[in-house]
Every structure is written in structure tokens, then in C-alpha cells.
Design a protein around this ligand. Sequence first.
Ligand code: AMP
Ligand code: MG
Length: 335
Amino acid sequence: MKTVTIKLDPSRVEDFVKYSYLVLRDPKYRDILKVQQWILYYLREFLYEKGFTELLAPMASPCSDPGLRGARKLKTKLYGVEYELTSSVIMYKQASVAGFGKVFFVARNIREEPPENLKTGRHLCEFTQLDVEWAHATIDDVMSLAEDMIIYTLKKVGEKCGEILEKYGVELRVPSKPFKRLRYIDAVELLEKHGYMTPEGKEFTQEGEAALSKIVGDFVWITHYPVTSRGFYYLPDSSYPEYNRDFNLLLPEGYGEVIDGGEREYRPEKIRERIKSLGEPLEKYSWFLELIDIGIPPSAGFGLGVERFTRYVMKLKYIWEAVPFPKVPGVAPSP
Ligand code: AMP
Ligand code: MG
């Protein structure tokens, strides 16, 4: 074996990505990925104990999540038929709760993020969601579940990985329940006071999101996003119909969004209306529409970004330090 002298510097992202086949020779990155292994271990352990069943996620589907903030889906073909590579497993989750009631996937997602998202330090093009769904649950049920899951995982990881955390000077604070909550409209107002404008009817800007997560200074739920800002699968609030029964969880210290979720739309006529309003052809969604015509239970759930959570735990400046072979916005080719 040759001796290599390349210095891996995550702030020089192009080189870091180019030489990512060497990253695992660096003890720092081995430590980070060891911590990530235990994060996944305890997230799974928690959900198994709560009666959730883990399913394997599809990699290709005729239609994947259309509600991506400016990111593009990747297309492929199977026997001449167009498919999309998985950008989220939302529809498969809704299909699965009819059988299992409580399910989760550890799903790899691929999205061509706009190149400018490189500078957020929290966007990858290939990332992993711990994707949880629960039949007949409300947003309060799943937000409470997510709080317990995060508290459990941080506590266990702190105990298991104490030596590694100490080595990097990381102090892992375990939050207490319940986490703070802010409605979207109040968060928009708070951001405005700090000089960040949110485009009307849209999610926060990347800068606004990071700022909000600093301003609040703790884990914070943002709830009730405008219907116009999100995918078709969220349930509008009956007493507040321009807003969904949905939420994001923002990490403290500017690390930004780590969870996205809500109660799901399950009524066939409403789903058709919402898909059309997004300008998407109904035919693409034929399997899902056939399924909802047969009927699915109402459900609620969420997706947690595993690399974002690892980044937060290890207090990393860049998310590409929390994945062995990163694909990052605007950089290709890569290993
Ligand atoms: P979304 O459906 O886009 O809200 O994604 C759900 C969760 O996946 C987010 O809350 C993040 O934790 C994570 N996530 C989304 N996009 C990315 C990305 N480009 N890179 C890393 N993690 C992401
Ligand atoms: Mg989101």
C-alpha cells in the first residue's frame, strides 16, 4: 500500500468529495461514523420497543415526493417505463400503515439540490431519512413520539460514546419535554423582526431557517405551514384550512431543520385536487390513486434526517463530514 499525504479539509469541499474514498482512513471520520452507527442503533431500538416494524424502502418508483424545496428528482427507466429514484418514501409509508399500523423505513433519498444549497452546510444530494408513520395518530401523538425518541437517543449515545464526544470537546445536552412550539405565522413575524423575510405562502428561506434555529436557542417545533408551501399529502387544519396540520423540528444553534412531518391527507378527491394544483399529471400517481380509492387509514408521521442529526450531535460545520461517500450540491463527478 502507498503512503498518501492528502490532507482532508472539509472546508475545501471539492477536494474533500473527490478524495472521499480516503476519508475512512482518517480516525476523526471513523469516530464520527461510529457515533452515527450508535445513533441509528438507538433510534431503531426506541421504535422497535414502541411497537414499530421496520420495512425496506424502494429505490425507484413511478412517482416520488413532489414537495421538494427547489430540488430536482432523478429519473431512470425500468423496461422502458419512466421511474424516479426515491426522493422520499411518503406514499409507501401511507400504503404500509394499512397493514402494519406502526412502521418505519431507514430510507436513502436522492435529490439534485440547487448548487447554491452547498453553502448552507446542511444539504446533501444523497441522504438518509428515518421515516416513521403511525395509523390513526395525530400531530400531537407523533411530535410527542419524536421528542421521546430524540431524548432517548441523545441520552444513550451520550453514555455509549462518552469517550469519543470528550475527545472532540462535544457536550451533548439532553433536552426535556415538551419542546417549544411556534406556529409558522408567528415564526414568520419573529424572523421579520430580525430582518429575514419569508416569501409569501412559502417555507422559510435557508438563511431564515438557520437564523430561527439560533434565535429560539433550543429545539423548536414550527407547526401549521401554508398549504401552498408543501406537498399534496398533508392534511389541512379543518378550523384553519389555509394551513396544514404539519410541522418541522429545528435543531438549536443554527443547525436548522432535522424533522419534517404531519397528519396525512387520505381522502381520494382531496388528494386528486392537490396533485392537480401542483401541476402534476394524475397518471403518474396511478398506483397511489388506486390505493387511496380502495382506502387507507388516516395517519401521521415524520422523517428525521440522519446525517443532519449526526452533524448536530458531533457539532460538525459541514454535513458532508457525516456521511462516508458524500454527494453534495453542485459537485460532480464524485466517488
Ligand atoms: P423534506 O421532506 O425535504 O422536508 O426532508 C425531510 C428531512 O430529511 C428533513 O427534515 C431533513 O432532516 C432531511 N433532509 C431533507 N433534505 C435534505 C438534504 N438535501 N440533505 C440532508 N438532509 C436532508
Ligand atoms: Mg422539509
